[in-house]
Every structure is written in C-alpha cells, then in structure tokens.
Design a binder for this molecule. Structure first.
Ligand code: PLP
Length: 376
C-alpha cells in the first residue's frame, strides 16, 4: 500500500541517499579547510562541467537569475536596447532585462514544443535588437539551429536560458550534436535545488566558448574586478560557494543516470495518457532530446476542477506558468495586452505538470496515473 503523503512533486531526500557519502565527506573537508568561497571544489566542479558539456569555459555564479543578468551585462547592452524573448517562462528571463533598462520584446511560442516559435523571430528584429534569449522550457531545447541562423545573419548575440534543460542534446540537421546551453553566444543555467542538476541552496553558472567573454563574465560576477580591488567593469557579487560545489559535483557524475530516470517516468506517463481524449502528452522535437525537468500535459477540460480533484487525492501538481509575463502587473508598462501573444495565453490555461523526479517507482507512477484518470 502506498502512503499518499509519500508522493512528492520533487523528491530530493530520496536522491540524497545516492550521494550521501560524497556530500558529507566534501562538506567536512570544506569546513576543515575553510575554503568557503571559490575553493578547490568550485574549480573542480567548473572543470568537470566544462568536460561534460564540451565547452571551454564554465563560470559558476550565485544563481540562475544572476547568470542571465551577468550575461546581458557582459554583452555590453545599454538601456533602451531591445531583447527578444518569450513570455511563457519563469519571470527571471525578462526581469533581468527590465532591471538593466533593456526593452523586452516578446514573441510567441510553438503550441506543441512550448518553446520560442522561430518562424516569428525575424519579423521582431529591429535595429535596436541587441540580444535574443530563447528558453529551453521543461527540459527540451528551443529550435536553436534556426534561431542561430537568423541571429548570425543579423549579427545579434544569443543567450540560452538553459535553467530547465541541462544535459539535453541538440541535434543539428547535419547530425552534429551539442549540449543545450553551448550553442548560443552564452548559456545560462540555474542549480536551484529542484532543477535537474540542483544544489542545496542557490547556485548558477554561465557557459561560453569565447575566451574574452569568459574573462569579462568572471570579472563581472566578482564586482568587475580584474585584479583584486581594481574594477574595470561595474559588476555584481555573485559567487558559487564551496558547499554547493560539493553537492553539484557529486550530482554531476550521476546526471545522465538522473536524466534516464526522468525519461523512464515520462515514458510511463506517455503510455498512460497518449490515447486519452482530454490530454496531449509532451511533444518530442526531432532536434532535441528531452530531459524532463517537468512532465507537462495539455488538458482540454476544466483545469481548476482537475487540480482540485488531484489535491483531494494527495497528488501534487503544478502549473508552470499560469500567467505569461506580458500580462503580469509589473510588465504592463511594456504595453502588451490580452490577445497579443495568443499561444502563450492559451497554454497558460491548459498546462498541468505532474510529479517528476529521479526517485519515482512504478508503484508511485501507477498510483498517480490512476488518480489522474479518476479525476478527469
Ligand atoms: C529557475 C529558472 C531561472 C532562475 O534561476 P534561479 O537560480 O532561481 O535564479 C531562470 N529561468 C528559468 C527558465 C528557470 O526555470
């Protein structure tokens, strides 16, 4: 018998048991050496992640939001410059641009992949466009080949918001593969605890193959200092602490295993819902593997009713995201109104995410599927 309370949206405690010894050993070592910030563990983790991603430079920082902000700063964007992104994402993607006085220009998403509709990109470009920020939502890459083609044609840098897709592979039309976050000018990621590669606190990183840019990013993340107490850039304080690096390094060696666990759970859900008349299962793009940060269904019925019934049965569920950014109060000043980005607006009403993590067993999955089917 399954205890209903056992089902969680994300099970970090169960996962901890897989890395317990490494983490406890590393934590003790950090305490005994006192290298709390930028210690050897931070460097080792950075190097290991570079190797895993196949990229020259990984620059760890304080969190994913900072990573996005630092990326925009490193590209030298000026107030009034335009940044093209999507409204169907976590607010951080647009927030950092707004904070720097940049103008967010939103384009709509593809109704099946939930990612930037690359066919709308070129029409949104003006002479003020200085950056494009696609988001790899739920664990699957945006259509990067097309996006890069347009960006390169116009000489516009691309920042990938890879907070949800670390470990996924992008497949180019010639068959070449690259890890998500290593295709654009700069890749940004978050190691927020519930992300696919999650720390035990806030953490993030930037990726780039451009050495000069990597140097600038490293400086900006540390008060713009090129040498100590000498700032060449206006920077921020955004560093990765050694405790988080211990956790991240332990988890990095298991990331592909974690991804397979997530994909197996997703496959189980797929089989259960693929022929159900009220649900559309996540569409897999031909150009990207899916690492299932979220397992997100499209539901054609009354979602509030479904969620209430699931809550009653003790099945955690979430809506990522119920309001597209252009309709948030804080972003009204951009001048968008209801109806301007119809696909994002419609999906905000239809999506529902089910429990998804690395510790799901068949018994739990069966219980969840059964409860969902009884709740529609
Ligand atoms: C989590 C997330 C962020 C922000 O990361 P934090 O580490 O929480 O600052 C940014 N963009 C997307 C798409 C995210 O999912």
């Amino acid at each position: 018998m399954i205890d209903q309370m056992q089902i969680q949206m994300v099970d970090l405690k169960g996962q901890y048991l897989r890395i317990k010894e490494k983490v406890e050993f590393g934590m003790q070592e950090v305490i005994s050496t006192g290298a709390f910030i930028n210690g050897p563990y931070v460097k080792t983790f950075g190097k290991n992640l570079e190797k895993y991603l196949g990229i020259d430079h990984v620059i760890p920082c304080g969190n994913g939001t900072d990573a996005l902000q630092i990326a925009l700063m490193a590209l030298g964007l000026k107030p009034g410059d335009e940044v093209i992104t999507v409204p169907f994402t976590f607010v951080a993607t647009a927030e950092v641009a707004a904070l720097l006085g940049l103008k967010c220009v939103f384009i709509d998403i593809d109704p099946h992949t939930f990612n930037m509709d690359a066919s709308l990109l070129e029409a949104a470009i003006t002479e003020k466009t200085k950056c494009i920020v696609p988001v790899h939502l739920y664990g699957q890459c945006a259509e990067m080949e097309k996006i890069m083609e347009i960006a390169n044609k116009h000489g516009i840098p691309v920042i990938e918001d890879n907070a949800q897709a670390i470990g996924s592979d992008y497949v180019f039309s010639n068959g070449m593969k690259k890890k998500s976050g290593t295709i654009g000018t700069i890749g940004c990621t978050s190691f927020y605890p519930s992300k696919n590669l999650g720390a035990y606190g806030d953490a993030g990183a930037l990726f780039t193959d451009d050495e000069a840019l990597a140097h600038k990013i490293r400086c900006i993340a540390n008060h713009g200092q090129v040498v100590k107490y000498q700032s060449d850039f206006i920077g921020v304080n955004s560093r990765l602490d050694s405790f988080q690096a211990v956790v991240l390094d332990a988890k990095l060696s298991l990331l592909d295993e974690f991804t397979r666990d997530r994909q197996n759970a997703a496959h189980f859900y797929d089989e259960a819902f693929k022929d159900h008349e009220s649900f559309e299962i996540p569409v897999r793009a031909s150009y990207s593997s899916h690492v299932f940060h979220q397992y997100t269904l499209k539901y054609s019925g009354d979602r509030d009713q479904l969620r209430a019934a699931l809550n009653e049965r003790g099945i955690p569920n979430m809506v990522y995201y119920p309001y597209p950014i252009h309709l948030h109060k804080a972003y009204k000043y951009l001048g968008y109104k209801q109806g301007d980005l119809p696909v994002s607006e419609q999906l905000a009403h239809q999506v529902i995410s089910l429990p998804m993590h690395t510790e799901m067993d068949t018994e739990q999955l069966e219980f969840i599927v059964d409860a969902v089917k009884k709740s529609v």
